[in-house]
Design a protein around this ligand. Structure first.
Ligand SMILES: [Zn+2]
Ligand SMILES: [Zn+2]
Length: 283
């Protein structure tokens, strides 16, 4: 199978709506490994629809512990286990990931112990290794490496952009961040930069539809990046292709690809992909 990146969930934030996209999750298949990046709601279904057998679940990296990036971590691993997973899975996540996993196992203890005793399944807890990481190298193994850069996503301090390297290629994931110029150096020369993005007019539309609009607006502006600034990062980094994801708004029919392209046009004339669930990029 060729190396490829699949966007499984492309909306920013944890809410889901009829016909709309799912929260954040991606699959990078490179050097024969399956690397899942973030586990928002819908990641399990997204992986299956993308053609990955769940028993081949292998590596997971969580960028930060906001629920739109981690809500389905436990359910993904559990479902892979009931689908035949019998080989080790390693989860790399920020501090707190071990507690999340331990709490998930406790919440499902009845089901897990029953299936081990009744169905002869392997011990789920022993299949999974949690590695909590910080800035710098996350892992390097068999032709695939991932490095992390702490980004600016208040009030979350343990939030990391990732750079994956394989077969002479690089893909950088911004994670959630306010406009963060150091990301340009981290992403320098990458083949692909997957950057979160929001539209100013879209933010106002969301704020007007939401009860606590003023506080939501303040959070979005302090913690996320407008599309034009994602374009500035891509240009400064000299990346070959910019992929927008974690879109805000993502499920408002008033905003289309044309709005995103227009927002970026002043700063970015390179290859541009507006993320959507199920989108496949082959290398
Ligand atoms: Zn998010
Ligand atoms: Zn976040």
């Amino acid at each position: 199978m060729p190396d490829r990146l699949v966007l499984l969930g492309t909306k920013g934030g944890p809410a889901i709506r009829p016909g709309g996209p799912s929260p954040t999750a991606m699959l990078l298949q490179a050097s024969g490994r399956n690397l899942v990046i973030d586990c928002g709601l819908g990641v399990t279904r997204g992986l299956v629809e993308a053609g990955m057998h769940l028993r081949d679940l292998d590596l997971i990296v969580i960028t930060h512990l906001h629920s739109d990036h981690v809500l389905e971590l436990g359910p993904l691993i559990h479902t892979a286990w009931t689908t035949g997973l019998a080989s080790p899975v390693t989860v790399y996540g920020p501090p707190g990931t071990q507690d999340l996993w331990t709490g998930f196992l406790a919440s499902l203890s009845y089901d897990i112990s029953t299936r081990i005793a009744d169905e002869g399944r392997p011990d789920l807890e022993r299949l999974v290794t949690i590695v909590e990481y910080g800035p710098g190298m996350v892992f390097e193994a068999e032709g695939l490496s991932v490095d992390a850069l702490r980004v600016n996503h208040p009030p979350v301090t343990e939030c990391f952009a990732l750079r994956a390297r394989f077969s002479g290629r690089s893909v950088v994931f911004s994670s959630d961040t306010a406009y963060f110029p150091p990301l340009a150096e981290f992403a320098s020369g990458a083949d692909i930069l997957v950057h979160e993005a929001m539209l100013p007019e879209g933010v106002e539309s969301i704020v007007s539809r939401t009860g606590n609009g003023a506080r939501l607006r303040a959070h979005l502006i302090a913690s996320h990046t407008f599309a034009i600034d994602a374009g500035r990062i891509a240009k400064a980094a000299g990346v070959k292709r910019l992929v927008l994801n974690h879109l805000i708004p993502a499920d408002d029919p008033a905003f289309t690809g044309a709005h995103w392209r227009a927002a970026l046009a002043p700063v970015w004339s390179g290859d541009l992909v507006i993320g959507r669930d199920g989108l496949v990029i082959e290398f």
